[in-house]
Design a protein around this ligand. Structure first.
Ligand code: DGL
Length: 272
């Protein structure tokens, strides 16, 4: 039986993946989406590899039970360990780091910066994937931010909190932008595109790459190739599950401009 009407799964450690949901809703408005945000355990980027894999597998298994037809790993940190999780789902996965590296390879630049969580930075996952695609020319600088994702998760829309986010952006990005003079910057954590306006305000001349756009494009390509696009003529629904604060997720969904949020449901957290 065709899985055409099955939902697309999108997961992240928190609300960061809403930046990916937004792009998917824009490009594929008829798709039903199931979102899982592990709010109880954010930030993933400061955990060990073993714990990240266990927490990620918990979410992959959740998605497998809901029979998603494709799974978007909208967490760069999990994307770095995705080879250790893929067997938990039977559908294809599209991950943020590969999408970010794919997006960079279409650009005519020689010095690329990546900002990400500490785990993603330490894993060297981005420089490796970018250089695999562009062996001859690219210099890739990377910076791991221990606090930024958490600050975005809990402060979106709150002026005092956003001042803290901007202060943190200065601390983390000034050197790469003003001293190293990167030509573009990959937002290598899905939380960061949610504060794109602040980043643009602080660094108006810096080109920014949001892997979410590439992920949505890759999803569209896959669904078209496999004849799995849902074309029922009615807009798709978005169901959000979280191990975190349901009211906060509902507010964030609204603040980030997500459409057709059907329900935000609490889900038990994995014990670690
Ligand atoms: N949004 C996640 C990412 O893209 C990370 C945030 C966290 O540290 O949990 O890496």
């Amino acid at each position: 039986m065709s899985r055409r009407n099955n939902p697309v799964g999108i997961l992240d450690s928190g609300i960061g993946g809403f930046s990916v949901v937004k792009q998917v809703q824009h490009l594929l408005p008829e798709e039903d989406i199931i979102y899982f945000g592990d709010g109880a355990h954010i930030p993933y980027g400061n955990h060990s590899e073993q714990i990240i894999v266990a927490m990620a597998r918990y979410m992959f298994e959740f998605m497998e039970r809901r029979q998603v037809k494709a799974l978007l790993v909208a967490c760069n940190t999990i994307s770095c360990v995705v080879d250790q999780c893929r067997d938990a789902v039977s559908c294809p996965t599209i991950n943020a780091v590969q999408a970010g590296a794919d997006a960079v390879s279409g650009l005519n630049v020689e010095k690329v910066g990546v900002i990400s969580t500490v785990f993603t930075h330490n894993s060297r996952c981005y420089p490796q994937r970018i250089q695999e695609k562009n062996p001859q020319k690219m210099v890739v600088l990377s910076c791991g931010c221990p606090d930024l994702a958490r600050l975005v998760e809990h402060n979106l829309g709150n002026p005092e909190g956003m001042a803290e986010v901007e202060e943190n952006l200065h601390k983390e990005l000034d050197h790469m932008v003003l001293v190293d003079r990167i030509q573009c910057c990959v937002l290598g954590c899905t939380h960061y595109p949610l504060v794109m306006d602040s980043i643009r305000k602080l660094y108006p001349d810096l080109s920014l790459i949001d892997p979410a756009q590439q992920m949505a494009l890759e999803l569209k390509g896959y669904l078209e190739r496999e004849k799995l696009e849902r074309n029922s003529g009615v807009p798709g629904r978005l169901s959000i599950y979280t191990t975190g604060d349901v009211a906060e997720y509902a507010l964030r969904a609204q603040q980030t401009g997500l459409e057709r949020v059907e329900v935000v449901t609490p889900y038990p957290a994995m014990e670690i």
